[in-house]
Design a protein around this ligand. Structure first.
Ligand code: NDP
Length: 448
């Protein structure tokens, strides 16, 4: 694909000049703009109101120093970020990522995607994202706590339950959210729903932990059903072994699929008998160890070095759930040749543009992350509702809402694709459906 409209081409060139070198951000913007030619043709009012010109520029970008003391008494310095990308639909909302690969470009790409994703959920949430180039691997609990406290000591002044509500992402789970929440409460002296993904004893929502992985499977189930298929009896390969991957694996098994491979940044394990999730959770969640441990403890399982090799494992369905650009064009070729007929993204932008082109050329069903992984933020939205109501819903209540939201997101993308002349293209359909709601709100609220 390419950008087919002159106005969109010149807009992209402006972004390219202004954000030179921001590879991930430019990739995300390009992928969205290339689906917008039919919208621009049909809605000149939105072009006149400068909606797209404004949407490619975040409302606010905050960068700050995070200084903390490690267990040896040495001062460490990291870089913290928060992008408050768009507030047309509600308070900024989006997770925080702690990983050494975090840069301004990564945070901006994630914030940009979040705007469309949050819109698709139908809940009143704007888009934001944050994080730091901090590496949690190998750090003690006390070091993690001191880092989270230092991070929040700056971040607190920029956020609030009606302003900006962060959550988790790579490297930020319940433990980190707890430390950040405690520090916010201590500084501001208020117990509010300023973060989501909180523990169940202090305002968290049931299903939030499972939500992204479960939501991915609910969305994939819709996509498969629309094509006369289901998870039942299918072999499934899932990359990553973190929050999203583990709960995608759990729901896949509940829906009748057989997960045969998982990975981490070091390599991947294959277990033809079906992955034993109890063992994975013991290794990853309790011991915080490497996935290679799995093969040492499970008879018949194999471990291979190098995470991209996972895409050479023969499967029916692939769910990339680790990180951006983890599945390249040649990986997509291998999947297609081996008979994989559906790919749904649990991670944000895990498939490169070349990989997406391979799927589209080969008729592989393809679900873009900003639609298929929206279950996490949707359930965060439900956590915000419960906090405002000062109520807690049951697991079944939240899970049912999540299922309905994921069905709604699938339908919104499918309908918009049909309406805008690209039937079956869930990338274009989801981009358009997410955009139109934000665009109408921005237009109604005047130039800002
Ligand atoms: P976790 O930190 O829980 O797990 C991340 C997993 O991905 C780990 O197995 C990690 O391996 C692996 N990984 C990270 N970086 C790389 C890399 N460069 N190459 C290969 N593997 C890598 O994060 P989550 O599961 O929360 O997030 C995974 C993806 O899902 C991200 O793209 C995130 O943005 C997206 N997402 C998460 C949501 C959530 O609710 N948590 C919501 C929506 C999207 P290792 O341990 O070796 O680093």
């Amino acid at each position: 694909m390419s950008i087919k409209n002159e106005y969109l081409q010149s807009l992209y060139q402006k972004v390219e000049q202004r954000s030179a070198g921001e590879k991930e951000f430019l990739q995300a913007v390009y992928e969205v703009l290339e689906s917008f030619a039919p919208v621009v043709e049909r809605r000149p009012d939105l072009v006149k109101a400068g909606i797209l010109d404004r949407l490619v520029e975040p409302e606010r970008f905050i960068q700050f120093r995070v200084a903390w003391v490690d267990d040896a008494g040495a001062v460490q310095v990291n870089r913290g970020f928060r992008v408050q990308y768009n507030s047309a639909l509600g308070p900024y909302k989006g997770g925080c990522r702690f990983h050494p690969s975090v840069t301004a470009s990564v945070i901006k790409f994630l914030g940009f995607e979040q705007v469309f994703k949050n819109s698709l959920t139908g809940l009143p949430m704007g888009g934001g994202k944050g994080g730091a180039d901090f590496d949690p691997k190998g750090k003690s609990d006390n070091e993690i706590m001191r880092f989270c406290q230092a991070f929040m000591t700056e971040l607190y002044r920029h956020i609030g339950p009606d302003t900006d509500v962060p959550a988790g992402d790579i490297g930020v789970g319940a433990r980190e959210v707890g430390y950040m929440f405690g520090q916010y409460k201590r500084i501001v002296n208020e117990f509010t729903g300023v973060l989501t993904g909180k523990g169940l004893t202090y305002g968290g929502s049931l299903v939030r932990t499972q939500a992204t992985g479960y939501g991915l499977c609910y969305y994939t189930k819709e996509m498969l059903a629309a094509n006369g298929k289901s998870f039942d009896g299918q072999t499934v390969v899932i990359s990553g072994s973190g929050n999203v991957a583990v709960y995608a694996a759990e729901k896949t098994a509940q829906l009748g699929g057989k997960v045969i491979a998982l990975s981490d940044s070091g390599g991947y394990v294959v277990d033809k008998d079906g992955i034993d999730l109890g063992l994975v959770r013991q290794i990853k969640e309790v011991e915080r160890a490497r996935i290679s441990e799995y093969a040492k403890r499970k008879t018949g399982a194999e471990y291979h070095e190098g995470c991209r090799g996972i895409w050479s494992v023969k499967c029916d369905i692939a769910l990339p759930c680790a990180t951006q650009n983890e599945l390249h064009g040649d990986d997509a070729e291998k999947l297609a040749v081996n008979g994989c007929y559906a790919v749904a993204e649990g991670a944000n932008m895990p498939c490169t543009p070349e990989a997406v082109a391979v799927f589209q050329k080969n008729g592989v069903l393809y679900a873009p992350g900003k639609a298929s992984n929206a279950g996490g933020v949707a359930t965060s939205g439900l956590e915000m509702s419960q906090n405002s109501l000062r109520l807690s819903w049951t697991f079944e209540e939240v899970d049912e809402r999540l299922q309905n939201i994921m069905k709604g997101i699938y339908k919104a993308g499918e309908d918009a694709a049909r309406e805008y002349g690209c039937e079956g293209n869930l990338v274009a359909g989801s981009n358009i459906a997410g955009f139109l709601k934000v665009a109408e709100a921005m237009k109604a609220q005047g130039v800002f």
